[in-house]
Write a protein that binds this ligand. Sequence first.
Ligand SMILES: Cc1cc2nc3c(=O)[nH]c(=O)nc-3n(C[C@H](O)[C@H](O)[C@H](O)COP(=O)(O)OP(=O)(O)OC[C@H]3O[C@@H](n4cnc5c(N)ncnc54)[C@H](O)[C@@H]3O)c2cc1C
Length: 404
Amino acid sequence: MPQVVVIGGGAAGFFAAIRAAELGAQVLLLEKTGKTLAKVRISGGGRCNLTHNCADPATLATHYPRGGAELLPAFARFGQPETLAWFAARGVRAVAEADGRMFPHTNQAETVATCLEQAARQAGVSLRLSTGVSALEPRPGGGYTVQTTAGPLEADRVIVATGGAPKAEGMAWLARLGLEVVPPVPSLFTFNLPGSGPLQALAGVSVPAGEVALPQLKDARRGPLLVTHWGLSGPGVLRLSAWQARALAEAGYQTPVLVNWLGQKPASVLKMLKTLREANPKKRLANLPVPGLPRRLQDYTLQASQLPETLTTSEAGNRHLEQWAQALCQDKHLLQGKTTYKDEFVTAGGIALHQVDFATMEARSLPGLHLCGEVLDVDAITGGFNFQAAWTTGWLAGTAAAQV
Ligand SMILES: Cc1cc2nc3c(=O)[nH]c(=O)nc-3n(C[C@H](O)[C@H](O)[C@H](O)COP(=O)(O)OP(=O)(O)OC[C@H]3O[C@@H](n4cnc5c(N)ncnc54)[C@H](O)[C@@H]3O)c2cc1C
C-alpha cells in the first residue's frame, strides 16, 4: 500500500487523509501549526455551515465563481448527498435552515471537528503537529522527498491541502515545482461607500430581496442587503464581491454601485406605486405601505428623489412616482474600498485549475502529487459551498492517492 503524506490539517486535508487511510494507505498528516481544523472550529460563527441543501451537482456548481465547471463531474462522484451520508454514518446529522445553509444537529462547529479527528484516529492516520512543509522534491523513481521543519520525509504520494494564501509568496514552494499559481485576491467582502452619508445614517436597516449592481463591470446580484456604518453588506453584496473578486481588485475597489432596494424592474415598481396611489387617496407617500421596504428607507428614497416630505397621493403625478421609482431601483453610490467579512472569508486564486485532473485531483505534470481544498483556484459564495468543495476534492484526492 502506498505511503501517503498529506500536507495541511484543515477540512480538505482531513477528508483526504481519512479516505486514503480507510482504503488501506499508510497516511501521515502534517500540520504546520500547533492545532488542527482551526477554520472548521470558528466557521459559520462557531456553528460550521458544512454544506448547502442542494443535492443536484449542476445546481451546486453554479455557486462557484471559480471552479464550477471543474467541480461539476466531481460533485457527481462525491457531492452533497454523499457528504451528508459520510457525516451521518459518523454520527453527525446535518440540518438545513430556510436559506439552504446546513449545520450539524448540535449547532456546534466543534462537533464537526471532533468527528473528523475521531474518524482520522479510527482510520489509523498518523498526525504530526507543528511540522511545516517548505519544499517537495520529485524522486527519480517516483514519489517525493518532503522537506519539513523537522527534517526530510519520503512519500509515494503527496496530497497538498494547505488552504488559501493571502499572498502569492505563500505558494512559492508550489510554484517552484512548475505549478502555475493564479495570484490570490480576497473574495467575500462588504462594500465601503464613504461618500454616502445619508445612507450610512440608516445603518442596521435591511431589505429581504434587493439587487446590487456594478454597471462598469456589467454584473448585478440579488439577495438580502444590509446598510452598515461603512457602506453595504448582506448576501447580495457578498455574492457580487465573489463573482467580481478579480475585476474589483483590478479596479482598486473603486467603481460606481447601483442599488435596487426592491430588486424589481423600475416599470414594475412604478406600476406598484400607481396601484398604491389609487388604493390610498390623500395619504402621504411616506406613509404608503410599500411591500419589502423599511420605513426609514422609504423616507431616504423619497428624499433622494427630491420630492417634498409632505407630498400626498392625491398631489403626486406620474412624474413624481417615476422619480421615486428611479430612486428605489437605481440608487447611485461610489465604491471606495472594501471591508473583510469576518464570518466567512476566502481567497480567490491558487493553483490554476487546468493543471489538475479533477477525476483524481492529481497535478497533470507531477504524477503522485494531488491537490485539494482552497489551495486550488476554487472558491464559492457564502452558504456552505466552500466546505463542500473541500470535502469533494479531499475525498477524490484521498481515493486516488490510495490506489496501488
Ligand atoms: C472565519 C471563517 C469562517 C468560515 N465559515 C465557513 C462556513 O461556515 N462554511 C463554509 O463553507 N466555509 C467557511 N469558511 C471557508 C472555509 O473555512 C474554507 O474554505 C476551508 O476551511 C478550506 O479548507 P482547506 O482545508 O482547503 O484549508 P484550511 O482550512 O485553510 O486548512 C489548511 C491547513 O494547512 C495548514 N498549512 C498551510 N501551509 C502549510 C504547510 N506549508 N505545511 C503544513 N501545513 C500547512 C494550515 O495551517 C491549515 O491548518 C470560513 C472561513 C473563515 C476564515
